[in-house]
Design a protein around this ligand. Sequence first.
Ligand SMILES: *Cc1c(COP(=O)(O)O)cnc(C)c1O
Length: 377
Amino acid sequence: MRAKTKMIHGGITGDEQTGAVSVPIYQVSTYKQDSVGNHRGFEYSRTGNPTRHALESVIANLENGTAGFAFGSGMAAITTVMMLLDSGDHVVMTDDVYGGSYRLMTKVLNRFELDHSFVDSSNPEEVEASITDKTKALYIETPTNPLLKITDLEKMSQIAKKHNLLLIVDNTFATPYWQQPLDLGADIVLHSATKYIGGHSDVVAGLVVVNSDELAEKIHFIQNSVGAVLGPQDSWLLMRGIKTLALRMEAIEANTKKIVEFLQSHEGVSTIYYPGLEDHKGHKVAEKQTSGHGGMISFDVGSGERAEKVLESVKYFTLAESLGAVESLISLPAKMTHASIPAERRAELGITDGLIRVSVGIEDSEDLMEDLMQALK
Ligand SMILES: *Cc1c(COP(=O)(O)O)cnc(C)c1O
């Protein structure tokens, strides 16, 4: 089955018993046992719920994995995966990871002595040089937020195998439609499904997929122990989102390409970050490992003051955090998504005050370009 077909027919997509072509929302916490200890696959909804199970089977299928897991948020998914590690272990991470992942490592998990190093993972030598005898995992985000830096996942997989490390990939930006990290050698792929997978700015959720029974068992044990599971209603919303993921990604990418071209021709815009551009640093690797360049663009308008004016003047781009929705969103990383990263570190990473990030939606591209044009004036 190809990806577009999997989105409609992959995993469990209907109800065997009634023939319903949409999985019912099993709004239930506990299940009748036929005799003591003899149940029909479900005991208690933290451990397993049929609606969540259907979603978990679809995402496993889409990522070419064997088992999927759904959580109450992307951060709950990431935290659960980090619980695979022990105190004293060390994780090598992409330096411009999502702000929440940075905060989790530096303000929460550090208290449990889970150590970390942030490195520019687009440079494999830097990754390898930061590995110590305590290192147990590589945690990679590609493309990253907001500079859309690209990490070569096959190279990461070679390094992980050589040093016996878990390779964990946050695939939120690329989506399983454009990039399948498990096929490139990752052990664990995870998502903030709040973004493209949900796709309609109406649900907060996280997903994890693995392709080994041993890891699946461990993650299920932690999912059930920690309990940060996704509810049945939200599981259903994600399945509904997945059905149009391919269509949305195609429409979003077509719009994005036009907007990039427009920005290139605008004199008020200096640097543009988009992996589809030939002069983007990660372009070659992106061409090799992804089948599309997605819908995120960051561009510099020179100063924080000017950027704020643009954000206040747009009509169709909604000023909001988050990304990956049908509606176009616009944000100022330095003051919004990346505000929790110290100013000094932001400067090191190249996240300037005038850097605007847009998440392109599926509106008419002419309207979007006209809107940016008037806002940039
Ligand atoms: C949003 C996001 C997260 C966190 O997900 P939530 O659903 O907000 O908890 C993690 N990684 C990336 C790349 C994100 O964009």
